[in-house]
Design a protein around this ligand. Structure first.
Ligand SMILES: [Zn+2]
Length: 259
């Protein structure tokens, strides 16, 4: 091959590399796959930009009943207890690129006011998304439930730094790579997470991630559980911050349910 041909080949290679770059860079950075825009907590796709990423995410900006919120004052209503009926489930850990999530087998429920909701999954945020009296906890656990009518009810539990949490310790042993799921041949029970006192705040809110759908019943337990510094740092090595900023209350009534 003479010098001219070599130079020509090199130019073609540079041009092809440029074309591949044009084709792949936007699809990798903007889309997580199947046309779902990728959103995040920092950079160009941070929470203030979610509504700009897709028409489907409009509620993230236009919604009036958004979550999370800062819980400052609450109305003490006739207490409506949450009845927890959590059963063991095979441990299935998902690292979905936004959080670590544990999928739950059907059959575990909560009942509020006679309405039964099935536990679908639980996942984590750091720092906590809700704040109580302006204070955030190190992490927040969200137990996501759905009733037969398709309505969601989420139980939020504050996780403050303190003694190690044996269930977290167990789950953290099986963290999969981003985009992957790990199924482990052992069972866990989300009931292990529940604090002694089940006093809670409730309010009507939304998903705290796109598409920010409203009509979600939020139940934030007052009593926190603990998680060790090491356990927090393991999560934060994967997700340094994955909490949506607090949203305006817009006149919503927050109820306190205690015995
Ligand atoms: Zn959540």
């Amino acid at each position: 091959m003479n010098l001219i041909n070599k130079k020509w080949c090199k130019n073609i290679l540079v041009f092809v590399t440029f074309l591949i770059g044009l084709i792949t860079i936007p699809s990798v950075q903007t889309f997580a796959g199947e046309g779902t825009p990728d959103w995040g907590y920092g950079g160009a796709a941070n929470p203030t930009q979610w509504a700009e990423l897709s028409h489907d995410f409009a509620l993230c900006e236009l919604g009036r009943d958004q979550s999370p919120i800062n819980i400052v004052s609450a109305v003490k209503e006739k207490p409506t207890p949450i009845f927890f009926n959590y059963k063991p489930t095979p441990l299935v850990v998902v690292n979905n690129g936004h959080t670590l999530q544990v999928n739950y087998a059907p059959g575990s429920t909560i009942t509020i006011n006679g309405e039964k909701y099935t536990l679908l999954q639980f996942h984590f945020h750091t720092p906590s998304e809700h704040t109580i009296g302006g204070k955030a906890a190190a992490m927040e656990l969200h137990l996501v439930h759905r009733n037969d009518a398709g309505q969601l009810s989420v139980v939020g539990i504050m996780m403050k730094e303190g003694a190690a949490n044996r269930l977290i310790n167990e789950i953290w042993k099986y963290i999969p790579a981003v985009g992957e799921t790990k199924t482990v041949s052992r069972t866990i029970n989300a009931a292990t997470f529940l604090p002694k006192t089940k006093t809670y705040f409730s309010y009507p809110g939304s998903l705290t991630t796109p598409p920010c759908s409203e009509g979600v019943r939020w139940n934030v337990l007052v009593e926190p559980i603990t998680v060790s510094k090491e356990e927090i740092s393991i999560f934060q090595k994967l997700y340094q911050v994955n909490a949506r900023p607090i949203q305006p209350v817009n006149g919503r009534v927050i109820e306190l349910h205690s015995k």
